[in-house]
Design a protein. Structure first.
Length: 577
């Protein structure tokens, strides 16, 4: 029988007035029925372009196919070249025979239609059934994807669901017509580990029930090891290595594959330098980079306080409640306890990792420490002063000492300001440099500190990659020489190599400048690598706190054990170059 999908020598270019860019270069691979094939690589490697090409979802122009075929065989006997099909024919294929789950469910779902109606729309388009039958089938699919209260979810709008629930609606929409091939594009990138495990288990269960083929696009190698049968490693539009997952991950041949495996924070000691892709692709740089790898741990011996031992921030009985339902007069009838009576200390010069599932209160806690949210009750003692008792007008004097690096650097940068102006703005507000020339010199110095340069001063945010934008936001946070920084999911959406660069940068800057960090993340391997201590949150309360290795390797709380058990482990072993 013929494979379900055959891609043969596919080449694609993007053409514009500024020139031609080769996005895919003679790539070839197959997907069989019942097989999960993972496409792995950094951002810009061609993974998503490959998947969008299968369904002809790239606009032409600028996309131009310069060669190759995309052959689809649903029955195993005859194949059709999808690249030769017109728009009408492709509408019968999309969502029916081949379905795709996109990376960001909030932007993929229509905000003005209920979730149920959006799934019904796909059923009514491809199946000859009544509206009532479509409604019943939609509710059955909501049950299959384990949405809580499927009847209620049918009538809810996307903004009324959590990230994991929206992703399940997208899975139901993709699966409802029982496609032969399912394409998952970065399905679990921004999900916490427990939701990620639930989604992966769900995909595997549905795939085994239906026998469909799956193309799984991701930069998370742990997920690949957990779910895939075959793996294809892509780099700059080419497939540099492909084969069985076990073979590729345990015995990688190509330097780029070795680099992706080595970039993972797991198995690296805190205080060491994470390898990056350039270390492996440039042999002369590799020996220099490896010589810099330090095995010295930054964690203090057990029983000693991390950092220099003195307390920088002391949090006492802190609560942050948000009003829920209100009376017609505006009086709250109930409250959401985002942070509920927590107490802890942050030591000078340490990195405190804050972990937990989405909705546990970690971001609210981080923002409240900086008084970006107002506390309902409790105290935040910073350098002997209670920030919780200060009025808004009194906080400006503290702002230059307290900074934050947000999760999404693009939305936290003004698209109309050059990055030079964005970094200089806080200096101007706090009058740290008297002249424009002094501010520019200081901005250039900061850009060089985060591995950018003076030539980037007049560029706008959209002209940078995700990793570069994250470095720009870090430079802006450092512009006021703060003593305390909150990093809120600052590497969660970055691929492994860029993530390694940002983590190395944070470690280097922390050693040089001596600031204190609260590092918020749902990725426990990253938190373990970068933190001195880990604090685990659940439902607004602190489950446990302790040295990073102790919490990760010997968790006391059942909830922490659940988080660690949810980390994809698969067959990944420590890789050594």
């Amino acid at each position: 029988m013929k494979p379900l999908l055959q891609i043969k020598n596919l080449s694609l270019e993007f053409r514009s007035e500024s020139g031609t860019s080769a996005a895919l270069k003679n790539i070839s691979f197959t997907v069989k029925k019942g097989e999960v094939v993972a496409l792995v690589g950094e951002s810009g490697s061609g993974k998503s372009v490959t998947s969008l090409s299968i369904l002809q979802l790239l606009p032409s122009p600028p996309a131009v196919y310069t060669g190759g075929q995309v052959l689809f065989s649903e029955d195993g006997n005859t194949d059709i070249d999808l690249l030769q099909k017109d728009r009408t024919a492709m509408q019968d294929v999309r969502g029916n025979k081949i379905a795709m789950i996109f990376q960001e469910p909030m932007t993929s779902l229509n905000p003005v239609l209920t979730c149920g109606k959006q799934v019904m729309e796909s059923l009514l388009r491809h199946k000859k059934i009544t509206k009532e039958q479509a409604r019943q089938q939609t509710i059955r699919w909501f049950e299959k994807v384990k949405l809580p209260d499927p009847e209620a979810a049918f009538s809810r709008y996307p903004h009324q669901l959590s990230g994991g629930q929206k992703q399940r609606v997208m899975i139901a929409m993709a699966m409802c017509c029982e496609p032969a091939l399912l394409i998952c594009d970065e399905l679990t990138t921004a999900l916490d580990v427990t939701v990620q495990k639930t989604i992966l288990d769900l995909i595997k269960e549905l795939q085994q029930q239906s026998g469909m083929g799956v193309i799984f696009i991701t930069h998370d190698l742990g997920v690949v090891a957990e779910i895939a049968d075959m793996a294809l490693v892509m780099y700059k539009g080419e497939i540099v290595e492909q084969g069985a997952v076990k073979e590729i991950f345990l015995r990688p041949q190509h330097p780029y594959t070795k680099a992706l495996l080595a970039c993972r924070p797991v198995n690296h000691q805190r205080g060491s330098r994470l390898p990056v892709v350039s270390d492996f692709l440039q042999p002369e740089a590799s020996s220099n980079a490896n010589s810099k790898l330090s095995t010295e741990k930054s964690l203090s011996p057990s029983g000693k306080k991390p950092g220099n031992g003195s307390t920088l921030v002391s949090v006492k009985n802190l609560s942050v409640w948000f009003p829920g339902k209100k009376t017609w007069l505006g009086k709250p009838l109930s409250y959401t306890k985002a942070v509920d009576d927590v107490s802890f200390e942050i030591y000078q010069g340490e990195t405190l990792g804050l972990v937990g599932e989405s909705g546990c209160g970690k971001t609210t806690l981080g923002r409240t420490l900086l008084r970006l949210n107002d506390p309902t009750d409790g105290h935040i003692i910073y350098n002997g002063l209670d920030l919780a008792a200060k009025k808004r007008s009194e906080l400006k004097a503290f702002r230059k000492d307290l900074q934050i690096v947000f999760q999404d650097p693009y939305s936290s940068l003004n698209p109309r300001l050059t990055i030079g102006a964005a970094i200089a703005e806080p200096m101007k507000v706090h009058k740290l440099a008297s002249t424009q020339r002094q501010r520019k010199d200081e901005v250039v110095r900061l850009l060089e500190k985060v591995n950018l340069g003076a030539e980037h001063f007049n560029r706008y945010p959209h002209e940078f990659s995700g990793g570069q934008r994250q470095r720009i936001v870090i430079a802006r946070a450092l512009a006021l020489n703060p003593s305390f920084i909150v990093c809120d999911e600052s590497v969660s959406a970055l691929d492994v190599s860029v993530q390694a660069q940002v983590l190395n940068l944070l470690n280097d800057l922390k050693k040089e400048l001596g600031f204190t960090v609260v590092f918020i993340s749902h990725d426990l391997s990253v938190v373990r690598y970068i933190s001195d201590r880990i604090m685990v949150m659940n439902n607004g309360r602190i489950e446990e706190t302790g040295p990073a290795d102790e919490v990760y390797l010997n968790p006391r709380s059942v909830y922490t054990q659940k988080l660690i058990d949810s980390i994809p482990k698969g067959i990944l072993q420590p890789y050594s170059s």
